[in-house]
Design a protein around this ligand. Sequence first.
Ligand code: 0R9
Length: 634
Amino acid sequence: MSDSYTVKDIQVLKGLQAVRKRPGMYIGGTGKDGLHQLVWEILDNSVDEALNGHSKHITVVMLADGSVSVEDDGRGMPVEKHPTTGKNTVETIFCNLHTGGKFDDDAYKVAGGLHGVGAAVVNALSERLVVQVKRGGNLYEQTFSRGKAKGGLAVKGKAVGTGTKVLFLPDSQVFEDRAFSKIRIRERLETKAFLIAGLKITLRDEFEGTEEVFCYPGGIKDFLAKLIAVARPIDAQPFHFRYDNDVRLEVAIAWTEETTSRISSFVNSIPTTAGGTHEAAFKNAITKAVRTYLEKRNGLPKGIRGISGDDVREGMVAIVSLFLHGDVEFQGQTKERLNSSKAMQIEPLIRNALETWLHQNPGQAAVIAGRVLLAAQARQASRAARDEVARKAAPRRLTLPGKLADCSSTLRDQTELFIVEGDSAGGSSKQARDRKFQAILPVRGKILNVEQASDEKLKANKEIQSIIQSVGTGVGNAFSYDRLRYGKIIINTDADVDGHHIATLLLTFFYRYLPELIRKGHVYLAMPPLYRIRVGSGKKAQTLYVFSDREKDAILSKQNGKSVEVQRFKGLGEMDAPTLKSTTMDPGTRTLLQVQVADEEETNGIFETLMGKDVKRRFLFIKERAKEVRDLDI
Ligand code: 0R9
């Protein structure tokens, strides 16, 4: 460190070190989602410049060395010395966590990025990051590594036009797998281009030497057309509505013959996959608009007792894009849910617009009304059928496998099925469970690898059949979601290699035969501990449960001479019931991992490679990744 190092510099470094220490707090994790979040953060800064009308073209390049660059033709980041930090503005933005707002506090602008925090977070988590700015006729450049500037901002030459370019290589010390997915990046860029009509976005892939341009003058109307192209739209024009005042709002809706619904919502062009206040307002608005329209038209047909929100949304494909000024309150590090209550104000806007449109377009409205009434009719009929099935359900229980210890509750959403490894674990799980809502199904040893087995083999396999019977839905053509018997299906295997293998075999089965249960979030992995560590004695004694060798070693390395007792659980069957209950089964104290599929194509490939018949493919995969192995259990 040089002598000129000041308290301010140290604070800056501390800020970025916090990001390096806990990346998950800023980018949600260090897996594939977190890795791509880096691209989104930089991209969003360019998109903000486009949203405010200064940039028309963004170029994203996936370089052959694994780095990514994002370039916009906006005004170019300011380069002058910053009054508070004394450093140039580029360095200030890229090295300070909480300064963005100060530079960018115009409350009337809309922004999707983290106001400069995103840039600093990406910098902190990059092995190398280069910023280039074209401004005032000059080309400026500054390089960083792991959050620290490598030299100052230098003039590299003359420049035509203005703009900003950021190139970064994620840090191998932070990300185990640094391979960007073109599918993900492509989808994100295409969506941005749909949401900001007329913005041109180029994606260049230097591995493949390919280039694609996304530009949609029709904006979300074009987006909706793409989404319904793969469905069966009903014979009515889509509804489209735009409002541009204190908030900017755009909505597009089409109905299809499908029985599912899909609402894609965005705030400041960021996908809000977990919905939030704007989505709730949208749902209320369309339910009320359609209901009022039907009532004013000539009431509901005989036999239909009412219209629910689900009826209105059945088969619906909708895009809701909202742009808010100033501070926007999101939930989650990666902003997947909107919390701002001011978004509720869009409810009357959408409601009035849809109601007016339905009245002014009676032909379209009649087709949409027909679709909604059909959904209502089907719901009533299926309700009646379900009640009938429920009445006949008692005999069906007889077909449950003998070794299933079922729970007493029949309220699906509250019940849990634990699939456990082996009879002895089954025994202790039965003692540890709450029999009211927790069912136990022991499966024996390594179950069938369905990736390599024929359907006949699957049918003949007792363990698989007992899982299918317990879950209740059936598989393949016989699959019926309504027959699902438990809200959560929890795979609970020992915390060792064999246990992980069995969990993998079970996941392969669920992914291939019951993917809908994964998609709808019903499948979980339990997290039984591998060790119990007792530290200290007497009143100060502490019991810790840890889940891996690495965690255990970290704890032990911190103990100096104090009394330490380590117990390795060889299997779930070895844990006494109270321990199993508190560490693994009690909803109040356990940790569950929900199984989700971020990228179906990638997941398919992984299952094929790791579980399929092609031994050479698996060998190559393992050989390629061998150097990344951290926990080897031999
Ligand atoms: C390649 C990724 N692009 C960016 O990171 C990027 C940031 C940025 C920008 C401005 C223009 N283009 C940009 N691209 C900008 C903003 C303002 C004034 N001039 C230029 C302003 O908001 O007033 N900046 C984003 C933050 C900052 N600039 C600032 F804080 F440094 F001013």
